[in-house]
Ligand binder design. Structure first.
Ligand code: KG4
Ligand code: ZN
Length: 341
């Protein structure tokens, strides 16, 4: 089967055709992403109204390009899937109305997809990852640990009490004058910095459970920056490095607690979301997994951030697991949790 996926929940307009080939490397037939980063960079973050308008401007071109790269016509598509929650409502409406319209005209079935489930299942698009696995989902807007028992069977073990990790990277990048988005720039500066120069506190060490909080680290970085007069390039690299190391250590500490909370025996550790592109984090996750005799899977870098291949793939997974397609009047919502699936 072939699915056309559409993603427009934040600042990427994306469309992709994915099929259910047995060989993971043969599944993604096209994966087109039109990023709006240049539009939002000057404002230091995503401006929802501009994002929605940019999606409207390009969505038809992006879909046509995805079909053409996949050498398909709309008649060859079995299901049209779109991100229906969570995200910025203007963008979500552009994607879902577009998908529903295609379905209304062609009679193809529509499937509403949860963006977080898309990130969560990305590794299964790319590799033969078996259930159950221990998941770390870390993006610009979300952070949680979950035990993934099967498609649609997600036990949330812990989540953020305030910011998401990506948000924290972005805010620290802004404090250092790096612009938006900040994750990659912090990582690049961290490579030339001394991770031991500044000591930032690791939060929630004595708190039971595996929830996380990043606002304390963010404030500690802010206070440190305020003590440095004439912040030079080396200071910025050292702050980036010390900050990144603290975040990674904290995540690994909490992951260890999440692992102990699992009721099934996870076979692997899987990471997903934009922050999964962070190489320091990937290195420590791999080391954690090896220490506990688990496999470790991370999506290829281009599938860590928002894309439509993960949305199309989730539709295939849900269809194969026996979940129904969605009615054309099914809702599009800015907020919804995985537990609603
Ligand atoms: O998953 P994503 O593309 O969008 C959401 O659904 O939120 O994640 C974007 C987030 C941004 O906060 C960005 O700064 C962060 O992922 N990010 C990184 C890296 N690359 C992207 N954070 C740390 N290190 C990176 N290399
Ligand atoms: Zn995302």
């Amino acid at each position: 089967m072939k699915v056309l996926g559409i993603e427009s929940s934040c600042d990427e307009t994306a469309a992709s055709v994915v099929c259910d080939a047995i060989e993971p490397s043969k599944r993604t037939l096209s994966n087109v992403i039109n990023s709006q980063i240049n539009v939002h960079a000057q404002y230091g973050g995503v401006v929802p109204e501009f994002a929605a308008r940019c999606h409207v401007d390009v969505i038809d071109k992006v879909i046509n390009e995805a079909l053409s790269i996949a050498k398909c016509k709309i008649e060859d598509i079995d299901i049209v899937a779109a991100t229906a929650c969570p995200g910025l409502i203007g963008g979500l409406l552009v994607g879902t109305v577009c998908a529903k319209t295609i379905c209304a005209i062609t009679g193809k079935p529509y499937m509403a997809i949860n963006h977080l489930e898309g990130h969560l299942l990305t590794c299964r698009l790319c590799y033969d990852v078996e259930f159950p696995f221990l998941l770390l989902l870390t993006s610009g807007g979300h952070f949680f640990f979950a035990e993934v028992l099967g498609v649609g069977k997600y036990e949330i073990l812990g989540k953020t009490l305030d910011d998401a990790a990506g948000e924290c990277f972005d805010k620290v990048a802004k404090m250092l004058g790096f612009g938006y988005p900040g994750g990659q720039v912090i990582q690049r500066h961290a490579e030339n910095g001394d991770p031991g120069r500044f000591k930032f506190p690791i939060p929630l060490q004595r708190r039971p459970g595996c929830d996380v909080s990043f606002s304390g680290i963010k404030t500690a970085v802010k206070l440190q920056i305020e003590t440095l007069t004439n912040l030079n390039d080396q200071d910025k690299c050292d702050i980036s490095s010390s900050f990144q190391q603290t975040v990674v250590k904290f995540i690994i500490n909490q992951l260890a607690k999440a692992f102990k909370m699992c009721r099934a025996n996870p076979l692997s550790v899987v990471v997903a979301g934009g922050v999964a592109a962070n190489l320091a984090l990937r290195k420590e996750l791999l080391s954690f997994a090896s220490k506990h005799h688990l496999q470790f899977y991370a999506p290829p870098l281009h599938l860590c951030s928002d894309n439509a291949a993960m949305i199309a793939w989730t539709a295939i997974e849900r269809h194969k697991a026996g979940f129904p397609v969605s009615p054309l009047d099914s809702k599009t919502a800015p907020r919804c949790s995985l537990s609603e699936i």
